[in-house]
Design a protein around this ligand. Sequence first.
Ligand SMILES: [Zn+2]
Length: 333
Amino acid sequence: MPMTNLNSILKRLLKQPTAPFHEYHVRAEIEALLKDCPHVKLKHDKFGNLLATYKNGKSKSKPTWVFGAHMDHPAFIKPPGSTKRDAWDFLGGVPQAEVDAGVKRGLRKAKGQIATWNFPTNITNTRIEATACDDIIGCAAIVMTFLELARLNIQTTVHAAFTRAEEVGWLGAWHLAQNWPFGTDSVFLSLETSRPVNGAVMGGGPILRVGDRVSIFDNEAMAVLITTAKEQGIRVQRCLLDAGACEATATQASGIRSVGISIPLGNYHNLNDARQIAPEFVMMDDLKSMIQLLKALVATKHDGIGERTIRERVELRMQEHAEHLKAGSKLFK
Ligand SMILES: [Zn+2]
């Protein structure tokens, strides 16, 4: 499947209405996209997260990656049990005043039990604009990566989790981590879209996320991300993205080694610079680079790929400088 099909994947996923706890449209569309993909097996866990495994032959990358993306986005849902026609609850991190102003402007559109901000999806060669880039772009990146691995007949094993109810406190990721089905040698890689802060910029490449507002992530896993990007000549940014928190915080707190990559996101949670409700957007090159990086991560083994471990580096320096150490130490009284 050529890269141009990325557009059709994006269109199909971005037009699905979604909200915390109401991710059924997105989940069904991901299943439709992956159901005939060679080497891919799908299943649901008890929480309703969609789990996917690509397994082609016996080889594995080290570590074995578990790509994670959430299927929900801040939106309105019908209050459970309510029969009132115009009763809606808003779930997700957007201040009430801005939500109310958006409703007043007539931007809310209902479909069944869900109501979302009503913006068209706009995809060009440079930019993707939609109501819910966060985190449908992450879901699309995983789907595209799996289809590409199959097309190229890459021999490897990689897992994915498409989770529910992230926007209300990582509930799906928490369930996943508490009932971890992927083995102890695997590392959770949260794939997000995030507001670029601390030097990160739109269009600067995917952001290797050393941490979020709550946690600092796994050092060795981060080193594999950096080394792989360098080897492949993929332009990336490396930053602490502490304007929000991601699912890697939930999985890591459950004892799963975790790290993250984020695509820089414009109009995070549908707020523009004037704090008005607006469509979110990401840059196409940032997304394409992330897919390149994901493919490279699972298609290469990382045993002894040039970089020395921190221990090896320090021990070498210790040898190199042995004479200096001796000479200087003599002068301490
Ligand atoms: Zn998100």
